[in-house]
Design a protein around this ligand. Structure first.
Ligand SMILES: NC(=O)c1ccc[n+]([C@@H]2O[C@H](COP(=O)([O-])OP(=O)(O)OC[C@H]3O[C@@H](n4cnc5c(N)ncnc54)[C@H](O)[C@@H]3O)[C@@H](O)[C@H]2O)c1
Ligand SMILES: O=c1ccn([C@@H]2O[C@H](COP(=O)(O)OP(=O)(O)O[C@H]3O[C@H](CO)[C@@H](O)[C@H](O)[C@H]3O)[C@@H](O)[C@H]2O)c(=O)[nH]1
Length: 330
């Protein structure tokens, strides 16, 4: 197949581009490079620099690339920032996605896989979380993603747009050959920040809240390796294009939760020295515990994660950061 990967120059998108090419597909990436990196893309991927907020450019790109399916990663992704700048998040994530779906139904009604998030569940009643759990986002970011899921539902009903939603839990790690990895312009993710602290780029790690209703009082998350997530996209887009039922949502996680303290312990073990930690207040918008029930994606798409050990996952991220201490600019 020929896939259009929207947001393909970003962290998860660029790993997915590699896995798609490895599976024998061809790829056109559409990205505005606001947080993505041209250097993250292999030579075999064609790049169109365009913005989701520019509908004529989207239509032109779809007409020229003629993809068989679209995978849509492009979004602003920070929970904390979304609470301070809701307008930016709704405009980029909701209006941008709406523009893309409208351009697809007006040009080529092709299957679409959408990047959603565990943040749509918010304060979950219990973990692990199945896909039919109530959607109660606690952040603007989570609201923006849930709104897009609802827009997709309506486009499915009205226009017959075939789509699959993947709700990722916390994505981490890097391709083991350490040629690409995580390099977000604003560093907010726990593992990336901890490893940059280990490299001496930051003085210490802050633990955001120790009074959550979790076993050690810090937030619990389900950490999934970026290459396993990339493989989930290959499975999802192949299944949907092969006629699988449209409108399904799948959790992508391992089904095991780790607290902030446990993740920092794993980082200490991998880098070989304990980081200085300072315990502080909660970060606005953070739900206490997000752990996937991944049975649906395992059963229906054959998702079979290879990176199941937290230290092993952190090791792949450490290999990337220590060989690229300043990311793609190193
Ligand atoms: N990183 C995680 O832990 C995580 C977890 C759950 C869901 N997600 C979702 O996965 C997707 C990818 O996340 P990521 O970590 O790779 O982020 P990223 O910032 O590395 O990638 C996003 C890409 O989209 C592009 N982009 C953003 N707005 C755009 C626009 N208006 N027009 C064109 N391109 C635009 C950026 O330049 C970037 O290349 C996002 O939708 C995010 O919400 C990420
Ligand atoms: O220096 C830090 C950084 C983070 N945290 C905490 O670590 C946990 C994980 O935070 P982070 O790595 O920023 O991820 P999340 O906020 O859980 O969000 C990620 O995971 C979500 C899915 O669960 C995705 O939707 C988001 O895009 C992605 O940013 C949270 O409790 C944070 O408050 C700290 O204590 N100290």
């Amino acid at each position: 197949m020929h896939l259009m990967v929207v947001g393909g120059a970003g962290y998860i998108g660029s790993h997915t581009v590699r896995q798609l090419l490895a599976a024998g597909h061809s790829v056109t990436v559409l990205d505005n490079l606001s947080s993505g990196h041209r250097e993250a893309l292999p030579k075999d991927a064609h790049l169109i620099v365009a913005d989701l907020l520019d509908p004529p450019a989207l239509k032109a790109a779809l007409l020229s690339a003629k993809p068989d399916a679209v995978i849509h990663f492009a979004a602003l992704i920070e929970v904390g920032e979304s609470m301070r700048s809701p307008g930016r998040y709704y405009q980029n994530n909701v209006t941008g996605s709406l523009n893309l779906f409208q351009a697809i139904v007006e040009t080529r009604k092709i299957p679409l896989v959408f990047s959603s998030t565990a943040a749509v569940y918010g304060d979950a009643e219990s973990v692990p979380i199945p896909e039919n759990a109530p959607k109660r986002p606690t952040s603007t970011y989570g609201h923006s993603k849930w709104m897009v899921e609802q827009i997709l539902h309506d486009f499915g009903v009205a226009h017959g747009l075939p789509y699959t939603v993947l709700r990722y839990f916390n994505v981490c790690g890097a391709a083991p050959n350490h040629t690409i990895g995580e390099d977000h312009p604003n560093k907010t993710h726990l593992i990336e920040l901890a490893l940059l602290t280990a490299l001496g780029q930051r003085e210490k790690m802050f633990v955001n809240g120790t009074d959550y209703p979790t076993p050690d009082g810090t937030c619990v998350r389900d950490y999934v390796h970026v290459l396993d997530l990339a493989d989930a996209h290959v499975l999802a887009v192949q299944a949907l294009s092969g006629g699988a039922v449209s409108g399904q949502a799948f959790n992508v996680g391992l089904g095991h939760g780790f607290s902030v303290r446990q993740v920092l312990d794993a980082v200490d073990a991998v880098v070989g020295t304990p980081l200085t930690r300072e315990e502080g207040p909660r970060r606005a918008g953070d739900p206490p515990s997000l752990v996937a029930d991944p049975s649906r994606i395992k059963g229906e798409l054959g998702f079979d994660p290879k990176f199941t050990d937290l230290n092993g996952i952190v090791q792949t991220a450490w290999d990337w950061h220590r060989t690229h201490p300043h990311g793609f600019k190193s």
